[in-house]
Design a protein around this ligand. Structure first.
Ligand code: LLP
Length: 422
């Protein structure tokens, strides 16, 4: 049994009655446990206490403004990858100087917006990007701080779609060209290239690839130092994995992860930057859904939920496992289901052959570990409005995103121009 919901029969999460919550706010509904988020933030802060280190939360994991505001208020910075995330981060109260701008395809407009806002650091991924950034910073009479994203060519041992540190991936710069960039740094007079960045992938469950990648970065940093480039920061990216499958996933403990990073950069005098996304929010989040139908197929029993791949795409996209709990008295017999959504694709499957306490139409189920890359990857596919989000705290809750209305869903669409008026 999943212990995240201590007593599924009574269906309470963070002191909130999920039946009452679902009745009031409807389903599908994302619910976040504020205390669980705070606990992760505190653990990170404790783990970094006394170190020259900062945490820049990877906004893409969950970009709800209320969560961002909470994370900003706790003193963390933000790792952003688009102008949209820049706007969200600033609106949520992150100081521009605490923002790092990552991403392989920053556009001219996005770079200009980031310079205008005064973001603290650009994690640059190519020589071409340096050229553009230099030109735009020079135009504005600014000097931009830059970390070069290194591609350490390490297999992160995670799903191929979220692996980013192999030579064949689009991310970062190999060591040789990176070396040349540092040698020629004066070519970009409006840039201060004094940092390194590496992010090898996400949902990392082994420390070995992290150790390997960080060792390569550390050797490179040592080389730069020996040739007269003192680095001010090394950004180790995000990637720390979480437990999606209780009893089966054994992610590294935070303390072991941090010890691995500190050991790699022992003696480094600059600042270490961490960009966790998933680790902060994944396990604080739940997707609450209602059973629309229990459909006995010829060979399998389908549990059709009112949540679908448009609400939580991770199982469809990465064959990701999410623990599922049926919110029914647990003395009901166990039954094996294929848990699916109503979208018209076979890929709209949350789980196959999943044993749950038996459910009936109208019962509630909860998908666990849905706080990261859940709502932030949601779409309106099949013209299904975006779900609502609530923050559970001290036995009560706050609505932090209302359910999208039909009007909102189609608001940006225009009638085609009449012939001849274009
Ligand atoms: N920094 C950079 C440069 C990144 O690209 C990412 C994630 C992070 C930090 C945060 O990584 P985290 O700590 O969350 O692992 N949609 C996928 C995950 C994609 C991750 C993309 N980059 C999923 O649902 O598993």
């Amino acid at each position: 049994m999943n212990t995240r919901i201590a007593d599924p029969g009574s269906a309470r999460l963070a002191g909130v009655d999920l039946h009452a919550l679902a009745a009031r706010e409807g389903t599908p509904l994302y619910a976040y446990d504020a205390h669980a988020l705070d606990a992760r933030i505190d653990a990170l802060r404790d783990g970094l206490h006394g170190r020259r280190a900062r945490v820049c939360y990877a906004v893409k994991a969950n970009s709800n403004r209320a969560l961002l505001a909470r994370i900003a208020a706790a003193g963390l910075g933000a790792d952003i990858v688009s102008e949209g995330e820049l706007r969200r981060a600033l609106a949520a109260g992150f100081r521009a100087s605490d923002i790092v701008f990552s991403g392989v395809g920053k556009t001219r407009m996005e770079i200009a917006a980031a310079l205008e806002a005064g973001v603290g650091r650009f994690n640059a991924e190519s020589r071409e990007e340096l050229g553009l950034l230099d030109a735009l910073a020079a135009e504005r009479g600014q000097v931009a701080c830059v970390a070069l994203r290194i591609n350490p060519d390490v297999d992160a041992l995670t799903h191929a779609k979220i692996s980013t540190g192999k030579a064949e991936n689009k991310f970062g710069i190999a060591l040789d060209p990176a070396r040349a960039i540092f040698r020629e740094a004066t070519r970009w007079p409006a840039l201060r290239i004094d940092g390194l960045h590496a992010h090898i992938g996400s949902q990392l469950l082994s420390l070995d690839p992290i150790r390997e990648a960080m060792a390569r970065v550390a050797v490179f940093a040592g080389e730069l130092r020996a040739s007269g480039t003192a680095l001010r920061s090394i950004d180790v990216g995000g990637g720390l994995g979480v437990c999606y499958r209780e009893g089966q996933d054994h992610p590294p403990a935070l303390s072991d992860y941090l010890a691995t990073v500190f050991a790699a950069f022992d003696g480094f005098e600059g600042e270490l930057v961490f960009e966790p996304g998933r680790w902060l929010v994944a396990e604080a989040g739940y997707l609450l859904a209602r059973v629309v139908r229990v459909k006995q197929g010829s060979s399998r029993c389908f549990l059709v939920l009112d949540a679908a791949m448009n609400d939580l795409i991770r199982p469809s996209l990465y064959e990701a496992w999410h623990d599922i709990v049926s919110l029914v008295p647990q003395d009901r017999p166990m039954r094996v289901y294929d848990v699916v959504g109503p979208v018209c694709e076979t890929g709209d499957t949350f789980a196959r052959d999943r044993a749950l306490a038996e459910v009936e139409e109208g019962d509630l189920v909860v998908l666990c570990g849905a706080g990261a890359y859940g709502m932030s990857m949601a779409s309106t596919y099949n013209s299904r409005p975006l779900p609502a989000e609530v923050l559970l705290e001290s036995g009560g809750y706050q609505l932090i995103r209302r359910r999208q209305t039909w009007e909102e869903m189609t608001a940006g669409e225009c009638a085609p121009l009449e012939r001849g008026t274009a």
